[in-house]
Design a protein around this ligand. Structure first.
Ligand code: PMP
Length: 417
Protein backbone atom coordinates (compact mmCIF):
# COMPACT_ATOMS: atom_id res chain seq x y z
CA UNK A 1 0.00 0.00 0.00
CA UNK A 2 3.00 2.32 0.03
CA UNK A 3 4.35 1.51 -3.42
CA UNK A 4 3.80 5.05 -4.61
CA UNK A 5 5.52 6.69 -1.62
CA UNK A 6 8.28 8.78 -3.15
CA UNK A 7 11.80 8.90 -1.75
CA UNK A 8 12.23 12.16 0.12
CA UNK A 9 15.52 14.04 -0.11
CA UNK A 10 17.83 13.84 2.92
CA UNK A 11 17.95 16.92 5.15
CA UNK A 12 20.88 18.92 3.73
CA UNK A 13 22.37 19.88 7.12
CA UNK A 14 22.23 16.39 8.51
CA UNK A 15 23.52 14.98 5.20
CA UNK A 16 26.46 17.37 5.54
CA UNK A 17 27.23 16.04 9.02
CA UNK A 18 27.09 12.47 7.69
CA UNK A 19 29.62 13.47 5.01
CA UNK A 20 31.85 14.99 7.67
CA UNK A 21 31.69 11.90 9.82
CA UNK A 22 32.60 9.64 6.90
CA UNK A 23 35.60 11.83 5.97
CA UNK A 24 38.97 10.46 7.17
CA UNK A 25 40.94 13.68 6.49
CA UNK A 26 42.72 14.73 9.67
CA UNK A 27 42.09 18.45 9.53
CA UNK A 28 38.42 18.18 8.56
CA UNK A 29 36.15 20.82 10.06
CA UNK A 30 32.38 20.80 10.51
CA UNK A 31 30.89 24.27 10.13
CA UNK A 32 27.49 23.01 9.03
CA UNK A 33 25.29 22.31 12.00
CA UNK A 34 24.37 25.12 14.37
CA UNK A 35 25.46 23.57 17.65
CA UNK A 36 27.93 25.21 20.01
CA UNK A 37 31.35 23.65 20.45
CA UNK A 38 34.03 24.56 22.97
CA UNK A 39 37.55 25.58 22.04
CA UNK A 40 38.47 21.90 21.62
CA UNK A 41 35.63 21.33 19.20
CA UNK A 42 33.67 19.35 21.77
CA UNK A 43 30.00 19.72 22.76
CA UNK A 44 29.72 21.97 25.81
CA UNK A 45 27.74 20.98 28.88
CA UNK A 46 27.12 24.27 30.68
CA UNK A 47 28.49 24.18 34.25
CA UNK A 48 25.15 25.43 35.56
CA UNK A 49 23.36 22.61 33.73
CA UNK A 50 25.78 20.09 35.23
CA UNK A 51 24.96 21.49 38.65
CA UNK A 52 21.20 21.32 38.02
CA UNK A 53 21.53 17.70 36.92
CA UNK A 54 23.37 16.81 40.13
CA UNK A 55 20.66 18.40 42.22
CA UNK A 56 17.99 16.52 40.29
CA UNK A 57 19.87 13.24 40.61
CA UNK A 58 20.06 13.63 44.38
CA UNK A 59 16.39 14.51 44.78
CA UNK A 60 14.60 11.28 45.68
CA UNK A 61 11.23 12.96 45.81
CA UNK A 62 11.16 13.30 42.01
CA UNK A 63 9.02 10.81 40.18
CA UNK A 64 8.23 10.09 36.57
CA UNK A 65 4.59 11.13 36.44
CA UNK A 66 3.09 13.03 33.54
CA UNK A 67 3.51 16.78 33.57
CA UNK A 68 0.43 18.99 33.30
CA UNK A 69 -0.53 19.57 29.64
CA UNK A 70 0.87 23.12 29.68
CA UNK A 71 4.18 21.86 31.03
CA UNK A 72 6.17 22.01 34.26
CA UNK A 73 4.62 24.89 36.26
CA UNK A 74 7.99 26.19 37.54
CA UNK A 75 9.22 26.37 33.95
CA UNK A 76 6.04 27.71 32.36
CA UNK A 77 5.67 30.51 34.90
CA UNK A 78 9.28 31.66 34.42
CA UNK A 79 9.95 31.30 30.71
CA UNK A 80 7.89 34.32 29.66
CA UNK A 81 9.75 36.52 32.12
CA UNK A 82 13.02 35.64 30.45
CA UNK A 83 11.95 36.98 27.09
CA UNK A 84 9.56 39.77 28.06
CA UNK A 85 11.35 40.88 31.24
CA UNK A 86 9.97 40.33 34.74
CA UNK A 87 8.55 43.85 34.81
CA UNK A 88 6.90 43.60 31.38
CA UNK A 89 3.46 45.25 31.27
CA UNK A 90 2.18 42.20 29.41
CA UNK A 91 3.21 39.94 32.31
CA UNK A 92 1.93 42.30 34.98
CA UNK A 93 -1.41 42.57 33.22
CA UNK A 94 -1.52 38.77 32.94
CA UNK A 95 -1.75 38.88 29.18
CA UNK A 96 1.04 36.39 28.53
CA UNK A 97 0.08 32.79 27.90
CA UNK A 98 2.99 30.34 27.86
CA UNK A 99 3.09 26.67 27.05
CA UNK A 100 6.04 24.26 27.17
CA UNK A 101 6.96 22.96 23.73
CA UNK A 102 9.26 20.52 22.00
CA UNK A 103 12.06 23.08 21.78
CA UNK A 104 11.91 25.91 19.27
CA UNK A 105 10.67 23.66 16.47
CA UNK A 106 7.60 22.68 18.50
CA UNK A 107 6.97 26.32 19.40
CA UNK A 108 7.05 27.34 15.74
CA UNK A 109 4.73 24.49 14.90
CA UNK A 110 2.18 25.46 17.56
CA UNK A 111 2.52 29.14 16.74
CA UNK A 112 1.64 28.40 13.11
CA UNK A 113 -1.12 25.95 14.01
CA UNK A 114 -2.66 28.37 16.49
CA UNK A 115 -2.77 31.22 14.00
CA UNK A 116 -4.11 28.89 11.33
CA UNK A 117 -7.06 28.08 13.56
CA UNK A 118 -7.71 31.36 15.36
CA UNK A 119 -6.14 34.42 13.73
CA UNK A 120 -9.27 36.43 13.00
CA UNK A 121 -8.22 38.02 9.70
CA UNK A 122 -7.77 34.47 8.37
CA UNK A 123 -11.05 32.97 9.51
CA UNK A 124 -12.85 31.29 6.60
CA UNK A 125 -9.86 31.70 4.29
CA UNK A 126 -8.12 29.00 2.27
CA UNK A 127 -4.52 27.91 2.78
CA UNK A 128 -3.34 30.12 -0.10
CA UNK A 129 -4.67 33.19 1.71
CA UNK A 130 -3.17 32.30 5.08
CA UNK A 131 0.15 33.82 4.23
CA UNK A 132 3.02 34.01 6.69
CA UNK A 133 5.82 36.21 5.42
CA UNK A 134 9.30 34.87 6.16
CA UNK A 135 12.66 36.54 5.64
CA UNK A 136 14.59 35.69 2.52
CA UNK A 137 16.52 33.65 3.52
CA UNK A 138 15.35 32.00 6.72
CA UNK A 139 15.95 28.88 8.82
CA UNK A 140 15.37 26.06 6.36
CA UNK A 141 12.69 24.41 8.49
CA UNK A 142 10.38 27.44 8.78
CA UNK A 143 8.71 26.94 5.43
CA UNK A 144 8.27 23.21 5.96
CA UNK A 145 6.75 23.74 9.41
CA UNK A 146 4.32 26.43 8.27
CA UNK A 147 3.31 24.47 5.19
CA UNK A 148 2.61 21.45 7.35
CA UNK A 149 0.09 23.37 9.49
CA UNK A 150 -1.84 24.81 6.56
CA UNK A 151 -0.11 28.14 6.04
CA UNK A 152 1.52 29.52 2.93
CA UNK A 153 5.02 30.89 3.55
CA UNK A 154 6.01 33.77 1.27
CA UNK A 155 9.42 35.50 1.26
CA UNK A 156 10.00 39.10 2.26
CA UNK A 157 13.22 40.89 1.32
CA UNK A 158 15.71 40.85 4.16
CA UNK A 159 19.26 40.14 3.07
CA UNK A 160 21.19 42.16 0.53
CA UNK A 161 23.85 40.03 -1.16
CA UNK A 162 25.58 43.16 -2.48
CA UNK A 163 26.37 44.56 0.95
CA UNK A 164 26.17 41.21 2.78
CA UNK A 165 23.89 43.12 5.16
CA UNK A 166 20.28 44.09 5.77
CA UNK A 167 18.14 45.13 2.79
CA UNK A 168 16.37 47.65 5.02
CA UNK A 169 14.68 49.92 2.44
CA UNK A 170 13.25 46.95 0.57
CA UNK A 171 12.14 45.29 3.80
CA UNK A 172 10.40 48.45 5.01
CA UNK A 173 8.73 49.00 1.67
CA UNK A 174 7.47 45.42 1.70
CA UNK A 175 6.05 45.88 5.20
CA UNK A 176 4.28 49.06 4.09
CA UNK A 177 2.82 47.48 0.97
CA UNK A 178 1.64 44.25 2.57
CA UNK A 179 -2.10 44.04 3.32
CA UNK A 180 -3.06 45.25 6.80
CA UNK A 181 -2.85 42.61 9.55
CA UNK A 182 -0.32 40.52 7.66
CA UNK A 183 1.68 37.99 9.66
CA UNK A 184 5.48 38.34 9.56
CA UNK A 185 7.99 35.94 11.03
CA UNK A 186 10.85 37.86 12.66
CA UNK A 187 14.04 36.41 14.10
CA UNK A 188 14.26 38.02 17.54
CA UNK A 189 18.08 38.07 17.42
CA UNK A 190 21.00 36.29 15.77
CA UNK A 191 19.23 35.78 12.45
CA UNK A 192 19.68 32.30 11.00
CA UNK A 193 21.27 31.86 8.48
CA UNK A 194 22.60 35.36 7.79
CA UNK A 195 23.75 36.64 11.21
CA UNK A 196 22.35 39.99 10.04
CA UNK A 197 20.18 41.70 12.68
CA UNK A 198 18.52 45.10 12.52
CA UNK A 199 19.98 47.70 14.88
CA UNK A 200 17.75 49.14 17.61
CA UNK A 201 16.96 52.16 15.43
CA UNK A 202 16.06 49.88 12.55
CA UNK A 203 13.85 47.75 14.80
CA UNK A 204 12.06 50.95 15.81
CA UNK A 205 11.38 51.75 12.17
CA UNK A 206 10.16 48.22 11.58
CA UNK A 207 7.92 48.32 14.66
CA UNK A 208 6.42 51.67 13.64
CA UNK A 209 5.18 50.12 10.39
CA UNK A 210 3.85 47.05 12.22
CA UNK A 211 1.86 49.36 14.43
CA UNK A 212 0.63 51.47 11.56
CA UNK A 213 -0.42 48.45 9.50
CA UNK A 214 -1.64 46.33 12.44
CA UNK A 215 0.69 43.55 11.31
CA UNK A 216 1.19 40.52 13.54
CA UNK A 217 4.76 39.73 14.68
CA UNK A 218 5.61 36.04 14.89
CA UNK A 219 8.91 36.18 16.77
CA UNK A 220 11.21 33.19 16.66
CA UNK A 221 13.80 33.46 19.43
CA UNK A 222 16.19 30.52 19.19
CA UNK A 223 19.35 32.33 20.31
CA UNK A 224 18.56 34.59 23.27
CA UNK A 225 21.94 35.38 24.84
CA UNK A 226 23.93 34.09 21.90
CA UNK A 227 23.90 37.34 19.98
CA UNK A 228 25.45 39.72 22.48
CA UNK A 229 26.16 37.46 25.45
CA UNK A 230 23.41 39.27 27.37
CA UNK A 231 19.97 37.74 27.73
CA UNK A 232 18.16 41.06 28.21
CA UNK A 233 19.94 42.80 25.41
CA UNK A 234 18.98 40.05 22.98
CA UNK A 235 15.31 40.40 24.00
CA UNK A 236 15.26 44.09 23.15
CA UNK A 237 13.34 43.84 19.89
CA UNK A 238 10.62 41.66 21.40
CA UNK A 239 10.27 43.99 24.38
CA UNK A 240 10.09 47.02 22.13
CA UNK A 241 7.27 45.43 20.11
CA UNK A 242 5.42 44.60 23.35
CA UNK A 243 5.83 48.20 24.53
CA UNK A 244 4.27 49.33 21.26
CA UNK A 245 1.33 46.97 21.85
CA UNK A 246 1.90 45.21 18.55
CA UNK A 247 0.09 41.86 18.45
CA UNK A 248 2.66 39.10 18.70
CA UNK A 249 3.78 35.69 19.82
CA UNK A 250 7.26 34.46 20.71
CA UNK A 251 8.80 31.02 20.18
CA UNK A 252 11.61 30.20 22.60
CA UNK A 253 14.27 27.53 22.43
CA UNK A 254 16.71 26.54 25.17
CA UNK A 255 18.72 24.35 22.80
CA UNK A 256 21.48 26.87 22.19
CA UNK A 257 21.52 29.14 25.22
CA UNK A 258 21.34 26.27 27.71
CA UNK A 259 23.10 23.73 25.50
CA UNK A 260 20.04 21.50 25.80
CA UNK A 261 19.76 20.35 22.21
CA UNK A 262 18.52 16.85 22.85
CA UNK A 263 16.22 17.63 25.76
CA UNK A 264 13.84 19.51 23.46
CA UNK A 265 12.86 22.27 25.83
CA UNK A 266 11.19 25.44 24.60
CA UNK A 267 8.05 27.49 24.90
CA UNK A 268 5.41 29.31 22.93
CA UNK A 269 4.29 32.61 24.41
CA UNK A 270 1.17 34.34 23.16
CA UNK A 271 0.46 37.89 24.21
CA UNK A 272 -3.23 38.75 24.45
CA UNK A 273 -3.93 42.36 23.56
CA UNK A 274 -5.29 44.75 26.19
CA UNK A 275 -8.53 45.31 24.37
CA UNK A 276 -8.84 43.45 21.09
CA UNK A 277 -8.92 39.95 22.51
CA UNK A 278 -11.83 40.84 24.78
CA UNK A 279 -12.56 39.80 28.35
CA UNK A 280 -10.90 36.60 29.44
CA UNK A 281 -8.66 36.78 26.38
CA UNK A 282 -5.64 35.12 27.94
CA UNK A 283 -7.69 32.30 29.48
CA UNK A 284 -9.37 31.50 26.17
CA UNK A 285 -6.09 31.50 24.27
CA UNK A 286 -4.59 29.24 26.91
CA UNK A 287 -7.48 26.79 26.69
CA UNK A 288 -6.90 26.42 22.96
CA UNK A 289 -3.16 25.95 23.38
CA UNK A 290 -3.91 23.11 25.77
CA UNK A 291 -6.07 21.46 23.13
CA UNK A 292 -3.29 21.77 20.57
CA UNK A 293 -0.76 20.25 22.95
CA UNK A 294 -3.10 17.42 23.90
CA UNK A 295 -3.65 16.51 20.27
CA UNK A 296 0.01 16.61 19.40
CA UNK A 297 1.95 15.15 22.33
CA UNK A 298 -0.49 14.92 25.28
CA UNK A 299 2.11 16.04 27.83
CA UNK A 300 5.53 17.61 27.32
CA UNK A 301 8.74 15.91 28.52
CA UNK A 302 10.06 16.48 32.02
CA UNK A 303 13.85 16.49 32.15
CA UNK A 304 14.78 19.67 30.28
CA UNK A 305 11.90 21.54 31.92
CA UNK A 306 13.22 20.63 35.37
CA UNK A 307 16.71 21.85 34.50
CA UNK A 308 15.64 25.14 32.94
CA UNK A 309 12.89 25.66 35.54
CA UNK A 310 15.49 25.34 38.30
CA UNK A 311 17.92 27.74 36.62
CA UNK A 312 15.26 30.36 35.92
CA UNK A 313 13.92 30.30 39.46
CA UNK A 314 17.14 30.26 41.49
CA UNK A 315 18.90 33.63 41.61
CA UNK A 316 22.41 32.17 42.00
CA UNK A 317 21.95 29.61 39.26
CA UNK A 318 20.46 32.25 37.02
CA UNK A 319 23.55 34.41 37.51
CA UNK A 320 25.78 31.45 36.80
CA UNK A 321 23.82 30.72 33.63
CA UNK A 322 24.30 34.31 32.49
CA UNK A 323 28.05 33.82 32.87
CA UNK A 324 27.92 30.56 30.90
CA UNK A 325 26.00 32.27 28.11
CA UNK A 326 28.63 35.02 28.05
CA UNK A 327 31.36 32.41 27.80
CA UNK A 328 29.77 30.90 24.71
CA UNK A 329 28.93 34.19 23.02
CA UNK A 330 32.35 35.60 23.93
CA UNK A 331 34.19 32.68 22.35
CA UNK A 332 32.21 33.10 19.15
CA UNK A 333 32.90 36.84 19.04
CA UNK A 334 36.62 36.17 19.62
CA UNK A 335 36.65 33.69 16.72
CA UNK A 336 34.98 36.26 14.46
CA UNK A 337 37.75 38.70 15.26
CA UNK A 338 40.49 36.12 14.72
CA UNK A 339 39.07 34.94 11.40
CA UNK A 340 38.64 38.52 10.25
CA UNK A 341 42.21 39.35 11.22
CA UNK A 342 43.60 36.33 9.37
CA UNK A 343 41.66 37.05 6.19
CA UNK A 344 42.31 40.78 6.12
CA UNK A 345 45.75 41.25 7.61
CA UNK A 346 47.61 38.00 7.16
CA UNK A 347 46.25 36.39 4.02
CA UNK A 348 44.88 39.53 2.34
CA UNK A 349 42.13 37.39 0.94
CA UNK A 350 40.01 38.91 -1.83
CA UNK A 351 36.63 39.79 -0.30
CA UNK A 352 33.22 38.78 -1.67
CA UNK A 353 31.70 42.29 -1.38
CA UNK A 354 32.45 46.00 -1.30
CA UNK A 355 32.85 46.11 2.48
CA UNK A 356 35.76 43.71 2.64
CA UNK A 357 35.40 41.09 5.35
CA UNK A 358 33.71 43.41 7.85
CA UNK A 359 30.60 41.25 7.82
CA UNK A 360 32.54 38.52 9.64
CA UNK A 361 32.76 40.71 12.74
CA UNK A 362 29.55 42.67 12.17
CA UNK A 363 27.23 39.70 11.90
CA UNK A 364 25.67 38.41 15.06
CA UNK A 365 25.20 35.07 16.73
CA UNK A 366 26.20 31.60 15.77
CA UNK A 367 26.40 32.04 12.02
CA UNK A 368 28.36 34.01 9.49
CA UNK A 369 27.01 34.41 6.02
CA UNK A 370 30.40 34.50 4.34
CA UNK A 371 29.31 35.70 0.92
CA UNK A 372 30.99 32.69 -0.70
CA UNK A 373 29.30 31.53 -3.90
CA UNK A 374 27.95 27.97 -4.22
CA UNK A 375 31.03 26.82 -6.23
CA UNK A 376 33.31 28.36 -3.59
CA UNK A 377 31.37 26.55 -0.86
CA UNK A 378 31.74 23.35 -2.83
CA UNK A 379 35.49 23.90 -3.00
CA UNK A 380 35.59 24.41 0.77
CA UNK A 381 33.98 21.01 1.27
CA UNK A 382 35.61 19.02 -1.50
CA UNK A 383 39.12 20.48 -1.44
CA UNK A 384 39.40 21.79 2.10
CA UNK A 385 37.27 19.21 3.92
CA UNK A 386 35.60 22.19 5.60
CA UNK A 387 31.93 21.24 5.73
CA UNK A 388 29.51 24.13 5.17
CA UNK A 389 26.17 24.66 3.45
CA UNK A 390 26.04 25.80 -0.17
CA UNK A 391 24.49 29.15 0.76
CA UNK A 392 27.77 30.35 2.25
CA UNK A 393 26.76 29.97 5.88
CA UNK A 394 29.33 28.83 8.41
CA UNK A 395 28.73 28.07 12.06
CA UNK A 396 31.23 30.14 14.01
CA UNK A 397 30.77 27.71 16.89
CA UNK A 398 32.71 25.09 14.91
CA UNK A 399 35.78 27.34 14.72
CA UNK A 400 38.40 27.27 17.48
CA UNK A 401 42.01 28.19 18.15
CA UNK A 402 43.10 24.85 16.70
CA UNK A 403 41.41 25.19 13.31
CA UNK A 404 40.85 28.90 12.67
CA UNK A 405 44.04 29.26 10.64
CA UNK A 406 43.22 26.24 8.54
CA UNK A 407 39.68 27.52 7.92
CA UNK A 408 41.05 30.93 6.90
CA UNK A 409 43.49 29.31 4.50
CA UNK A 410 40.67 27.30 2.92
CA UNK A 411 38.54 30.44 2.54
CA UNK A 412 41.54 32.16 0.98
CA UNK A 413 42.06 29.35 -1.51
CA UNK A 414 38.35 29.20 -2.36
CA UNK A 415 38.23 32.96 -2.98
CA UNK A 416 41.28 32.86 -5.23
CA UNK A 417 39.72 30.01 -7.21
N1 PMP B 1 14.38 28.68 14.89
C1 PMP B 1 15.58 28.96 14.40
C2 PMP B 1 15.78 30.25 13.70
C3 PMP B 1 16.64 28.06 14.54
O1 PMP B 1 17.83 28.36 14.04
C4 PMP B 1 16.40 26.84 15.22
C5 PMP B 1 17.50 25.84 15.39
N2 PMP B 1 18.38 25.65 14.41
C6 PMP B 1 15.12 26.60 15.72
C7 PMP B 1 14.14 27.54 15.55
C8 PMP B 1 14.70 25.38 16.46
O2 PMP B 1 15.60 24.67 17.12
P1 PMP B 1 15.21 23.64 18.27
O3 PMP B 1 13.95 22.97 17.85
O4 PMP B 1 16.37 22.73 18.31
O5 PMP B 1 15.03 24.46 19.49
Amino acid sequence: VFASTPQAPADPIFALTAGYQADSFKQKVNLGVGAYRDNNGKPFVLPVVRKAKQILAADESLDHEYLPIAGLPAFVSATGKLIFGADSPAIKEERVVSIQTISGTGANHYGGAFLERFYEPWLGKSKEDKVIYVSNPTWANHKAIFNSVGLTPVDYPYYDPQTIGLALPKFLEFLRNAPKQSVFLLHACAHNPTGVDPTREQWQEIAAIFKDKSHFAFFDCAYQGFASGDLDNDAWAVRHFVSQRIPLLVCQSYAKNAGLYGERIGALNLVASTSGDGPGGAARLRSQLLILQRQEISNPPTFGARIVGMILNDADMFDEWKRDVKTMAGRIIAMRERLHDLLVNELKTPAPGPNGWDHVTKQIGMFTFTGLTPPQCKAMVERGHVYMTGNGRISMAGINDGNVEYVAQCVDKAMRG
